[in-house]
Design a protein around this ligand. Structure first.
Ligand code: UGA
Length: 446
């Protein structure tokens, strides 16, 4: 079977490589010529563990090819997956123009029945709208299947290959059978395949991401309370997580959820609910809480070092989460922006995202450093903002020696508080009681 994947981004390229690994011939198409040229030379344009190897293995085997020629790929494929970006046009309003543009191009190029599979995250009713637009361009029959993608950056291949579920929202038995067959290799691992209608599939994707947002904001609110109550949030989270109705995942406090999905999809769900005359106070509250967390952290920093102006602040971690170079809607970047606005000099280091951060924020007071110790050099305070594993084993003595000051803000609870305190740091984590010092050690997890 031949399929086309439109979009060689973080979802499209992973899905293309994984489908090729299922033994399917995949034509991966993107209108970014430089991206396609790089992929043809075996270069994957972003960080994702294992992706380079999977892309190159399948390209060499002749199952994965890259092109900018969409009409040609369409003519060779029965199934066309669409995984184009839906970044906000205005807050809460995803940009669907690229999706509709691809729909139009497919309509113009197709010469026989096709199945269009929408992988992009879109508001409820979008597939129906897309069908109407395509019908304006062609009288050839087609079906649209909504197949939202639930993979996470950093573990994308594992998530695609071993999904919790595959959702297929279809309006015909024929298209459902064709797409179900593509996912046949997952029968072996008994991955549940949920067959439903387009609208349910679309809404279920938004609801999943909104639920994750609520869970993260919930634990961040509990972490704030733990700070004041002198209780360790990880012990509280453990008790919660052992209740199988709650589950242990997504109960890590920090500076809030970021990335290109949770914030955008939560906003979009709220906006589409408003359009349908419905309020979602729990989800809106989760979103609002998320927005306050950077200022909460800044206040803690100010309490510890006084005014931020002219201070040098070391920052460890810029990506929105570890194992990626993605800084889109990164709360770490928001925090850096706040520091710069307050007049600080920021010395930042991220194991993968220095270049992306430099492209996003150009400021004479933002200095990107080659490692954690350089970032700490002569700093008045140090803030750990992304939980890269390498920050869990920093040499506290070396860090402390490199710095001018002694304030350590651990926004992701990567560091053993009392190890830092023993080296003379004033330590502030998330939900680990108030500032810990030598005189007043931190509340450690039991
Ligand atoms: C998220 C969802 O987890 C995926 O299921 C979904 O497919 C994807 O969005 C999407 O819609 O494409 P992703 O954005 O890759 O995946 O990242 P997550 O691992 O969900 O993390 C999102 C944010 O939440 C990060 O900033 C992370 O630091 C934060 N987070 C996550 C927490 O603060 N605490 C947690 O316990 C978990």
């Amino acid at each position: 079977m031949n399929v086309t994947m439109v979009g060689a981004g973080r979802v499209g390229l992973v899905a293309a490589a994984c489908l090729a690994d299922f033994g399917i011939k995949v034509h991966c198409v993107d209108n970014d010529v430089r991206r396609i040229d790089a992929l043809r030379e075996g270069r994957v344009p972003f960080e994702e563990p294992g992706l380079s190897e999977l892309v190159n293995k399948n390209a060499v085997a002749g199952r994965l090819c890259f092109s900018t020629n969409l009409p040609d790929a369409i003519r060779q494929s029965l199934v066309i997956f669409i995984a184009v970006g839906t970044e906000d046009e205005t807050p809460g309003s995803p940009n669907l123009k690229p999706l509709f543009e691809v729909g139009k191009q497919i309509a113009r190029a197709m010469e026989e029945y096709k199945v269009l599979v929408v992988k992009s995250t879109v508001p409820v009713g979008t597939s129906r709208r897309l069908a109407r637009e395509i019908m304006k361009e062609t009288s050839i029959s087609f079906d649209i299947v909504s197949n939202p993608e639930f993979l996470r950056e950093g573990s994308a291949i594992e998530n695609f290959m071993r999904p919790d579920r595959v959702v297929l929202g279809a309006s015909s038995h024929q298209s459902l059978a064709i797409v179900r067959d593509i996912y046949r290799p997952l029968y072996l691992i008994e991955a549940p395949i949920i067959a439903t209608d387009n609208e349910t599939a679309e809404l279920a994707k938004y609801a999943s991401n909104a639920f994750l947002s609520v869970k993260i904001s919930f634990i961040n609110e509990i972490a704030n309370l733990c700070d004041n109550a002198g209780v360790n949030v990880h012990d509280v989270a453990k008790v919660l997580g052992l209740d199988r109705r709650i589950g242990p995942k997504f109960l890590h406090p920090g500076i809030g959820f970021g990335g290109s999905c949770l914030p955008k999809d939560t906003r979009a769900l709220i906006a589409s609910a408003h359009q349908l005359g419905c309020e979602l106070p729990v989800i809106e509250g989760a979103y609002k809480t998320n927005v306050t967390l950077c200022s909460y952290l800044l206040e803690r920093l100010k309490n510890a070092v006084g005014t931020i102006e002219h201070k040098t602040i070391g920052v460890l971690g810029l990506a929105y989460k570890p194992l990626t170079d993605d800084v889109r809607e990164s709360r770490a970047m928001d925090f850096v922006r706040l520091l710069l606005k307050e007049g600080a000099v920021v010395q930042a280091f991220d194991p993968a995202a220095n270049a992306a951060a430099a492209a996003l924020v150009q400021h004479e007071n933002l200095l990107l450093m080659p490692d954690a110790y350089e970032a700490a050099s002569n700093a008045d305070a140090l803030a750990v903002l992304t939980e890269w594993n390498e920050f869990r084993n920093l040499d506290m003595q070396r860090l402390k020696k490199a710095m001018n000051g002694h304030v350590l803000i651990d926004a992701r609870n990567c560091i053993e508080p009392n190890e830092a305190v023993m080296e003379g740091f004033d330590y502030f984590g998330r939900g680990r009681g108030t500032m810990a010092t030598k005189e007043q050690p931190a509340v450690v997890a039991v």
